[in-house]
Structure formats: C-alpha cells, structure tokens
Write a protein that binds this ligand. Structure first.
Ligand code: MG
Length: 298
C-alpha cells in the first residue's frame, strides 16, 4: 500500500477546520494522465479517465481492484454522475458529451453548436433542473496526444449548457481562453469556472439565473502554482481546485485559505463514499484518496 503524508497547509485560520487521514493512499498509478474521477455510491466504485491511453478505468471499493471500464473511451476526459445515477462523459476524440444509459447504450447530449463540431469537451456538471453544463477548450484537438489534431470549427473555447427540455445546446460564456473545471455553489445560484490559460490561471464566478443564463463573471481566485483544472465545492461552500502542487481551497469570499499538497500535478478531484467524505484526486500518472472531515456538495 502506497501511503504519502497528507499535508494540509494552513494559509488562513479558517482552513484549520479541514483535515482528515494523516496519510493519503495512492490507489493506482502507471497511467499517462488521469482525469475525470466520478464515484458511484450504488456500485461503490470510482470511474476515472486515463486520457492519452484512450481508456476509462474503474476502481472497485469492495475489492480494491482496478480494471478497464471502457476501451477505447473516445479519449474521454471529465465526467459527472447525473441525478439518475448515470455516467455523463466528455469525449475529446469524438468531440461530444454523452450519457451512458442504465442498459449500457450511449446517448449523445451534445456534439455540435449551430452545425459546427465542438472542440473537445473537457468537464461537465449537471444542475438539479437537469441541464448539463460543460466546457469546450481545444486540448483534444491541439495535438494527437489526447485526441485527434484538428482545426476548431467553432473558432473559440466556450462554455455551454444543454437544455433539459429540448436538448438545445447554448453558449453561456464566450470570453474564456481555456475554460476547464466547473462547479455550482451549494444552492446552485453561482457557477465557478476555471480558466486554465490565464496568467495567473484563475477561477471566475457567475450568477446563474433560473432560465440558465449567466451574469457577472468576476475573478474569484487565482493560482500561484500552475493552471487550475478541476473544481469542486464542499457543503460549507468552500471551493477546491486542482493545481500543480495539489488542491487549493478557497473560502466562499474567494480567499485562498489552504492547500492539500499532492506529489504529482493535479488534474481533478471528487468526493465519494456514501457521505461524500472520501476525497479522490487524479494527478498525472496516479489516483490518490483519503477520508476527510468535510463533505462534498451534492
Ligand atoms: Mg479538466
């Protein structure tokens, strides 16, 4: 068992409330670039992407075994679990967002905007009204490393919303360089979106209206350690973002209050377990986990 000290770095008094296991466990390694951790409480397993190897892996909590979940995976990147417990996936290679139904068939939720193919959807989240929100930077078409090199048909890297009623794909934000991780606040009135390619990389916060439009968009927090990637929110409204030195934690007012250091470059995180207090972190070649004393938002 591969144990590493869990180093919670306090930058603000408020972070002293955050802790957990004294060590975190590397539950899998040997991948090229891990991403998209998503936990299924009903099956007690974690699915995650190994993007350049074009496969999804599955860690079984009951046996600790890791095996292939889907290969090829369409160079899938970020995922979420929707309200019905289904896997929703961003596929770089197929340039689309899909849902895996309970019978295993795959439904395409979005692959075009006004007839133009998407770039390479990166990360996705569902709002409780059933709308699907995703980011579409160009990482999957920039080269053949984690997708297929191609020109952008859209000519920009935007954030989109799929309407739950008619499936219409709409742009909700078009002023990002490389939109990446995204997460709603606990009450879903705000949406946090990381822009990886800013100097420094930052997270912006938007107000979400009932009809699914966004307003605001000011900078919420910036990185002092490489580009921000995946973003999650806990039940206390703290925002957790994957960065190069670990996870950065922001108070709801945007103050960076602490970090959880990780020995590889972090790409994403999710809260698993029945009480959403098992933290799973995808980082470069590995996946790390520890139990914490805070809980992921639903
Ligand atoms: Mg990402």
């Amino acid at each position: 068992m591969d144990l590493i000290e869990a180093n919670f770095v306090v930058l603000d008094e408020r972070f002293k409330a955050c802790g957990g296991d004294g060590s975190m466990r590397r539950l899998h390694t040997g991948c090229r670039w891990t991403e998209g951790p998503v936990y299924f409480p009903a099956g007690r397993f974690l699915v995650f992407s190994d993007i350049p190897n074009d496969r999804l892996l599955r860690w079984d909590e009951t046996t600790d075994a890791v095996g292939v979940f889907r290969e090829p995976s369409g160079y899938a990147n970020g995922h979420t679990r929707d309200r019905a417990g289904r896997l929703v996936s961003c596929e770089h290679g197929n340039r689309r967002v899909t849902r895996t139904e309970h019978d295993g068939t795959i439904t395409v939720l979005a692959d075009r905007y006004h007839g133009h193919r998407l770039n390479s959807p990166n990360d996705v989240v569902e709002r409780s009204d059933g709308s699907i929100w995703f980011t579409d930077p160009s990482y999957g078409i920039d080269s053949d490393y984690e997708g297929y090199r191609a020109e952008s048909e859209i000519g920009g890297c935007h954030v989109y919303r799929v309407d739950p009623a008619d499936g219409e794909v709409r742009i909700v934000a078009d002023d990002f360089e490389r939109p990446n991780g995204l997460a709603f606040s606990v009450d879903e009135t705000r949406l946090y979106i990381a822009d990886t390619r800013q100097n420094p990389s930052h997270i912006r916060v938007f107000d979400v209206s009932d009809d699914g439009t966004l307003s605001g968009g000011e900078i919420f927090g910036t990185s002092d350690a490489g580009g921000f990637d995946g973003v999650r929110v806990d039940t206390e409204g703290r925002v957790w973002a994957a960065a190069h030195d670990g996870l950065h934690c922001f108070a709801p007012d945007g103050t960076r209050i602490g970090k959880l250091l990780v020995p590889e470059i972090c790409s994403n995180l999710t809260f698993g377990g029945r009480r959403r207090n098992e933290l799973f972190i995808t980082a470069s070649t590995s996946v790390y986990t520890l139990r914490v004393n805070f809980n992921g938002a639903r």
